[in-house]
Design a protein around this ligand. Structure first.
Ligand code: HEC
Length: 471
């Protein structure tokens, strides 16, 4: 392991990345990828209506502008911060995997940045020049064009990132060919993109519907027309979102074939997989119901219940994100790198010579009687802390206590036996990467943590000891 490993001993690193990433994905899909084309379309409708009925046209335009203000404030603050935050958090939590992804997707990384900057430029232009654009039809048309550019660039940033996310699930033929193109066009890429695009549109529709219901007065003559239009938008995207979800859902088991070595894993996966069907049916039904009601009887839409489709569509995406994380384990990059950051093909070396020897940011090279507990802590950091803490969320001590009983002191021998074969019974965990001495040190450390619990501070607090590596 060529990096020091950041560690949060209460929250865990996984949780940190998860919280930032989920917030980002929800904002990005609903308020950027989906909102940009929806708002542009509403503005365009306003422009067309303006010719026959200027008052109606102005109302539509003003509503679209207000929606854009909402999206502008949230995407350029929380959206942008969490977007950058994902990369900071992920590169602290799993630097080795980010290193690999940069090697494979070097060009995509660079392109993503350019497109992201352009997206921000377009959102600035689009929102900040809105009022001026009402001065003449020519300006309005130009403005609508910027809305279109914004929509395209918002979608493109997602289209690139999805290539990388899908690659992590299943690198496909990249494992043999090792080129950017084979990595990018992995088997899950298109299904995932085809799923995310209409889902983003649908999410934007549910948020917009609620926004308009609250932002416009009941008496407003044009409110029903706008609600109807947005409901129709949801209705149009709904079948695509449902088919996209099904396509993606159908492709997932193929990725699982390589990732699942044992029957037990299949069992657990099946449970998850079938609960997904329920979520799909419920969300699609809610979407259809709201879409149909809003399209045919917009005045009947129950304002205070419009939060339900918003929550449902967010849960829909959230469930798929959870599944995506789930099926990737024990790998961080399918069949190539384990979640602990060690390469699959280097495992035989580490299991023979130990991991400490090859990790420059960890003080010890070998386990001795004197350093056993401290070396055990280093082994724990390298092998387990990407997913476990000592006593916080997903505490390793509590996991063992749950297996062997809370009352008893943890038995080092029993733990050694378990850890050595844990990947066979709990397929989501990588095999133990180190040698037998390191395994002994790890078991001693966990037993000691039960006897005398002590918060383990990550290198960001206690610093690191760098040593020379002999090759
Ligand atoms: C890729 C992430 C990951 C890594 C790395 C990992 N684990 Fe786990 N471990 C999990 C998950 C997920 C669970 C299941 C949590 C649950 O069901 O509550 C788990 C469960 C456990 C359990 C309970 C098993 C059971 O049958 O109830 C033990 C014990 C455990 N881990 C020990 C370890 C040790 C020791 C290491 C380091 C050598 C380690 N884990 C590395 C993810 C990981």
């Amino acid at each position: 392991m060529d990096f020091p490993l950041f560690h949060l001993d209460f929250m865990g690193n996984r949780m940190l990345v998860a919280v930032i990433a989920i917030l980002h994905v929800l904002i990005n899909h609903a308020l950027a990828v989906g909102f940009a084309p929806l708002v542009t379309l509403l503005e365009f409708r306003g422009y067309l209506k303006n010719k026959n009925n200027p008052e109606e046209g102005r109302t539509w335009d003003e509503m679209a502008r207000k929606m854009m203000f909402f999206a502008f404030v949230i995407t350029t603050t929380v959206g942008a911060l969490t977007g950058v935050g994902i990369w900071f958090a992920a590169s602290l939590a799993n630097p080795a995997s980010l290193g690999s992804l940069i090697r494979v997707f070097y060009f995509a990384w660079f392109t993503e940045w350019i497109i992201f900057v352009l997206e921000v430029v377009f959102i600035m232009i689009y929102y900040l020049t809105w009022k001026k654009s009402n001065e003449s039809p020519k300006r309005k048309r130009q403005h609508i064009r910027f809305g279109l550019f914004l929509s395209i660039f918002s979608w493109l940033t997602m289209a690139i990132i999805v290539g990388i996310l899908a690659f992590m699930m299943d690198p496909g033929s990249w494992i043999e060919k090792k080129s950017l193109i084979t990595g990018f066009l992995n088997p899950i890429y298109l299904p995932q993109l085809i799923f995310r695009t209409p889902v983003a549109m649908m999410m934007a529709g549910t948020v917009a519907l609620m926004f308009v219901a609250y932002a416009m007065k009941k008496q407003n003559h044009w409110k029903a027309g706008i609600l109807k239009y947005i409901s129709f938008w949801i209705l149009l995207w709904m079948p695509l979102a449902a088919s996209g979800a099904f396509l993606y859902y159908w492709h997932i088991p193929r990725a699982m074939v390589g990732n699942l070595p044992v029957a037990l894993g299949t069992q657990q996966f099946q449970d998850w997989y079938s609960s997904l069907v329920t979520v799909m049916i419920v969300v699609v039904s809610i979407g259809f119901l709201v879409g149909i009601l809003g399209t045919f009887a917009p005045r009947r839409l129950p304002k205070h219940l419009l939060i339900i489709p918003v929550i449902a569509s967010f849960l829909f995406l959230g469930t798929f994100e959870r599944l995506r994380e789930f099926i990737r384990k024990p790998y961080v990059i399918g069949e190539y790198m384990y979640a602990n950051g060690f390469l699959v093909e280097e495992y035989p070396l580490y299991q023979q010579t130990g991991i400490l020897k090859h990790s420059p940011y960890f003080e010890f090279s070998e386990v001795t009687e004197e350093n056993k507990i401290a070396a055990g802590e280093a082994v724990f950091t390298l092998a387990c802390t990407r997913c476990h803490t000592t006593h916080g969320i997903s505490s390793v001590v509590r996991k063992f206590e749950r297996m062997y009983g809370k009352e008893n002191p943890l038995n080092e021998e029993a733990m050694k036996v378990f850890i050595k074969s844990m990947h066979n019974v709990r397929y989501y965990m990588p095999p133990f990467p180190g040698n037998d001495e390191e395994l002994g040190a790890l078991a001693a450390y966990i037993a000691e943590q039960q006897k005398r619990p002590k918060t383990f501070e990550g290198p960001q607090i206690k610093g690191v000891d760098v040593k020379e590596i002999e090759y």
